[in-house]
Design a protein around this ligand. Structure first.
Ligand code: NAP
Ligand code: HSE
Length: 431
């Protein structure tokens, strides 16, 4: 007897949507063997019917520009949202849930900003709202936190969560590529968001961190509470200097539970070259989790792209198809999580890298070192390099642990010296 069919309504046939359709076609028999049912994409929503596509959906699939075709069709069991943006998918997912459809989405921006409202709606209808692909592409980190590590208290998350930024930094480090060329390559490969500023300015990783913090701590950290800094200003000079002293520059997303207060942010940081995350290159992502029972765990894999992300979307579809529905979308009994207590960013403590561009004359190093001393910043290492083309010189300091409040005060005092000819550069150093 032919296995019965799960009908999908797919919104979006771009990078991820096409990847998903390809996997369903290629692995259809395998999926049926696991599920006892076949998956069929019954309708696909796009913006432009005439756009050339990398794949041709089967003739039985209804291609449409009308969102209602997905959620009003009584045959469609699951709506899969792979469009991107906020307002349109928010309306689409709301309609789908109100029409009794469980939803799978890869949309981290939407979940970071409006997750609680959507989780609440899904739970109130006894429906699933699954989002494995929203964080770290093909890496099964959502399921890991929600199920496999559910019994652990997670105090620390450190991750490389944006494939585009990691690809750009890797290209700049390994091939001396300039920023714009590396970004264009990431876009061509389908890693970047439709608006790539989300990738390079750190917001995409911040969206993902918000989602992970909820699952790991059972608390909500609103996006504005995060420190978010991107990679737009990372230069070849800092990458080379960091390398010379045994570090790699990475865009890192980090959450630490400091005695009940959450410290969280996304920033370019120097990682010692033997740090396990320093070796994560290209579009790959990795997440280090520290559980109080399991200890450290690292998850590693492709964080972006059509098939890896499609693989994560498919995992959600299979999970929903197996369970029918699941109200446990937040990973906790509550559908609205309490707000976390936030550790003020100025009270956070790191080691630091500073690069000052200065006029090469007597007293400069003493003046800078004096400000650092007055600001409780202890210098671990200092180096002056050869003159730049305009005869200014770079001076680099590596510090011991210092509070951000002291660092900010010192940087603004030093920036005001007449011998400082460019904005000081500062990165955190992670151990
Ligand atoms: P994409 O390549 O830009 O594709 C978006 C698709 O959605 C296109 O087919 C587009 O239609 C359709 N669409 C967009 N707005 C629409 C609207 N208002 N009405 C109807 N159709 C609409 O995007 P993507 O890279 O696949 O990403 C999709 C989602 O997955 C995003 O939320 C993204 O953040 C997330 N994600 C992406 C990746 C990745 O590696 N790319 C990884 C993880 C998560 P047309 O084709 O007709 O323009
Ligand atoms: N633009 C995202 C990235 C896609 O580069 O990581 C995966 O979420």
């Amino acid at each position: 007897m032919e296995p019965s069919v799960i009908h999908l309504g797919l919104a979006g046939l771009g990078t991820v949507g096409s990847g998903l359709v390809r996997i369903i076609e290629e692995n259809g028999d395998w999926i049926a063997r696991r599920l006892g049912r076949r998956l069929q994409v019954k309708a696909i929503l796009v913006r432009d019917m005439d756009k050339p596509r990398p794949i041709t959906p089967s003739p039985s699939t209804h291609l449409t520009t009308n969102p209602a075709d997905l959620y009003t069709d009584p045959d469609i069991d699951i709506v899969v949202e792979l469009t991107g943006g906020i307002d349109f998918p928010r309306r689409l997912i709301t309609e789908a849930l109100q029409h009794g459809k469980s939803v799978v989405t890869a949309n981290k921006a939407l979940l970071a900003e409006h997750g609680p409202e959507l989780f609440e709606l899904a739970a109130s209808r006894g429906l699933g709202l699954y989002y494995e692909a929203s964080v770290a592409g093909g890496i099964p980190v959502i399921q890991t936190l929600k199920e496999s590590l559910a019994g652990n208290r997670i105090k620390d998350i450190t991750g490389i969560l944006n494939g585009t930024a990691n690809f750009i930094l890797s290209e700049m480090t390994q091939h001396g590529e300039d920023f714009a060329t590396a970004l264009a390559k990431a876009q061509e490969k389908g890693y970047a968001e439709a608006d790539p500023t989300l990738d390079v300015d750190g917001w995409d990783a911040a969206h993902k961190l918000v989602i992970l913090i909820r699952l790991a701590t059972g608390q909500d950290v609103p996006l504005p509470a995060l420190v978010v800094q991107g990679i737009r200003n990372v230069t070849a000079q800092d990458i080379a200097l960091a390398r010379e002293f045994g570090y790699r520059v990475k865009l890192v997303a980090q959450m630490r539970d400091k005695s009940g207060r959450i410290q969280a942010g996304v920033y370019p940081a120097l990682l010692p070259e033997d740090h396990i995350l320093a070796k994560v290159d290209g579009p790959f992502n990795a997440i280090l989790l520290e559980g109080n029972a399991v200890g450290p765990i690292m998850l590693y894999g492709q964080g972006a792209g059509d098939l890896p992300t499609g693989s994560a979307v498919l995992a959600d579809i299979l999970a929903l198809a197996r369970s029918g529905s699941c109200p446990n979308n937040t990973g906790f009994l509550e559908t609205r999580l309490p707000q976390a207590q936030i550790l003020a960013p100025e009270l956070t403590v790191f080691r630091h890298y500073f690069r000052f561009t200065v006029v090469d004359k007597p007293g400069v190093v003493a003046a800078i070192a004096g400000v650092m001393g007055e600001s409780n910043i202890s210098i671990a290492q200092m180096v002056q390099r050869g003159a730049n083309a305009d005869s200014s010189v770079p001076i680099v300091f590596f510090t011991h642990s210092a509070q951000m409040r002291d660092v900010e005060r010192a940087l603004s005092t030093i920036a005001a010296f007449s011998f400082v000819v460019a904005k000081p550069v500062h990165y955190r150093i992670l151990a």
